[in-house]
Design a binder for this molecule. Structure first.
Ligand code: F6P
Length: 321
């Protein structure tokens, strides 16, 4: 008989909109399965400290559309050490916890894999605005971050076109260009600068010249933070073509806000799928949504296999300016 009676859930790494919906789904599925659910505060830090709270019906009520994470999150240096990991497992065993769901990005999944390798049943749910996790088409929070950026850039467009200005907007995404590319396409930007494509300032200057010759009211470049900072790009454009770009760094605003409806649904599906799979003995896996189907793949896929940008979407960079 499976002795998975008490399941814990934590959120780790950068928060992303939809984490609350996912942890709520884990908790509600546990209750449906007659299991207890425990929330771990502050990610792996709280795991080492034994900072646990019961996640009953009330605790997860009214949070489905809230941004951030009610469990808080952290990036834990202590958990990178073997002692920290042993301590975390001891704390969970003391509390009668039999399995763990980790909601986070690839750094969080390294931790989840370490627990699995130490014999502790663990399953991951991809929650990051970066969408840089192999094994799933979308990560929880990505679409919301794109929409947040879209809303901000639409406001920038008003002032940009009033002054006929060139704007460079820096978006997050860590080392990947998923966010920048999607934001560029969604906002109708003239160009997207992403880490996955070599940057030619010469080519960019040509595109800008063309944009000016077409008498566009303004020009917008979306820049992924993984390439360079917006301030650096501003300097390069001034040096290469004499352009005077205005820059905006969207920053942490992209991580906040309530999740879009599609992602609330996705978070619900992933949370329930994770809890159900842990219950039947699956471990060392991440939940993914591939071609609209929920699947499990080994945790290490998240960082060992490269996730590529859609070639069709990449080709739009040059077609749409
Ligand atoms: O991974 C999510 C993310 O927001 C990245 O896009 C960004 O580079 C990073 O986190 C920022 O991390 P921190 O919250 O530690 O400053």
């Amino acid at each position: 008989m499976n002795k998975m009676n008490r399941i814990a859930v934590l959120t780790s790494g950068g928060d992303s909109p939809g984490m609350n919906a996912a942890l709520r789904a884990v908790a509600r599925t546990c209750m449906f399965n007659d299991k207890e659910c425990i929330g771990v505060m502050r990610g792996y830090e709280g795991l080492i400290d034994g900072d646990f709270i019961p996640l009953d019906h009330q605790a997860v009520g009214g949070i489905i559309h809230k941004g951030g994470t009610i469990l808080r999150t952290a990036r834990s240096e202590r958990f990178r050490t073997p002692e920290g990991r042993e301590e975390a497992i001891a704390r969970m065993k003391d509390a009668g916890i039999d399995g763990l769901v980790v909601i986070g990005g690839d750094g969080s999944f390294h931790g989840a894999k370490a627990l699995h390798d130490l014999g502790f049943p663990t399953i991951g749910i991809p929650g990051t605005i970066d969408n840089d996790i192999t094994g799933t088409d979308e990560t929880i929070g990505f679409d919301t971050a794109v929409n947040t950026a879209l809303e901000a850039i639409m406001k920038l467009r008003d002032t940009a076109s009033s002054h006929q200005r060139l704007f460079v907007v820096e978006v997050m995404g860590r080392n990947a260009g998923f966010l920048a590319l999607e934001v560029a396409v969604a906002t109708g930007a003239e160009y997207a600068v992403v880490p996955e494509l070599p940057l030619s300032i010469g080519n960019l200057v040509k595109i800008l010249k063309n944009s000016y010759s077409l008498h566009k009211t303004h020009t917008l470049i979306v820049l992924a933070e993984g390439v360079m900072s917006a301030a650096e790009m501003r300097e390069q454009l001034a040096d290469a073509g004499g352009y005077d770009a205005r820059v905006t760094v969207l920053g942490y605003i992209q991580r906040g806000g309530h999740p879009t409806s599609f992602y609330v649904v996705l978070a619900n599906m992933m949370g329930a799928f994770a809890a159900d799979n842990l219950k039947i003995g699956n471990s060392g896996m991440i939940v993914g949504n591939i071609n609209h189907k929920l699947v499990l793949s080994p945790l290490e896929r998240a960082w060992s296999e490269h996730k590529s940008l859609s070639p069709e979407m990449l080709s739009l960079i040059n077609k749409m300016n």
